[in-house]
Design a protein around this ligand. Structure first.
Ligand SMILES: N[C@@H](CCC(=O)N[C@@H](CS)C(=O)NCC(=O)O)C(=O)O
Length: 203
């Protein structure tokens, strides 16, 4: 049995959350190391790319959240064996990563500059990616992104749409997913109410 330690920020969202969910769903025990902002800044230089998440597997640190969730998904049966379904899964996950980068560029801004950047985000990349993900969901059959069942793609998209609904981004309407892509909002609710996800957040 491998030893897993996931280091990420102390938030129930972001790039580390789908990895936590996949580890939990798969019943793989892991050390859930959650850093505060000051703790991260102090330790930042020690991380390979000065960023999180980092998953240590038997003491070996590995980075890159999508690669990590794909790896855990393979271990726990949350990643398709079929190549085309795997490609569907990867496309959705990489789209979420693109969106994370677009959102990340608005972090640290204040006041009017923040408002303007977030308004542009809402009208631009956010709308494009929500609609694009909605299309990928439809391609997957309407309920899940690949293989007609929950995979790591559903976890990664769910983390993103859940965060939007929670209002973590000032100047971004919390109902943006409902407004632009009702099926994607239903997908978020479907994953939210999955017994494995309910069990994770009930801990
Ligand atoms: N491509 C990397 C991006 C990692 C990344 O940018 N992580 C953010 C948090 S989600 C971070 O550590 N930001 C802090 C910083 O860059 O100072 C991945 O997918 O893991």
């Amino acid at each position: 049995m491998n030893r897993f330690k996931l280091t990420y920020f102390d938030i129930d969202g972001g790039r580390g959350e789908s990895i936590r969910l996949a580890l939990f769903i798969g019943g793989l025990e892991f050390e859930d190391a959650r850093l505060t902002g000051p703790e991260f800044r102090e330790a930042r230089q020690s991380f390979r790319f000065h960023a999180l998440p980092v998953l240590e597997i038997d003491g070996q640190p590995i980075t890159q959240s999508t690669a990590l969730v794909r790896y855990v998904g393979k271990l726990v049966g949350l990643y398709p064996a079929d190549d085309m379904q795997a490609l569907y899964c990867d496309e959705a996950m990489d789209a979420v990563e693109d969106l994370s980068h677009a959102i990340g560029r608005t972090y640290g801004l204040q006041g009017d500059a923040l408002k303007q950047a977030r308004t542009e985000l809402v009208e631009g990349r956010l709308t494009t990616y929500i609609k694009g993900l909605d299309g990928l969901l439809a391609r997957g059959g309407g309920r899940f992104f690949a293989e007609g069942r929950m995979t790591v793609a559903d976890l990664k998209v769910f983390v993103a749409t859940r965060s939007l609904a929670k209002g973590v981004l000032d100047h971004v309407p919390t109902d943006i997913v409902e407004e632009l892509a009702p099926a994607l909002a239903e997908h978020r609710d479907r994953i939210t109410n999955d017994p494995r996800i309910l069990a994770y957040y009930a801990r």
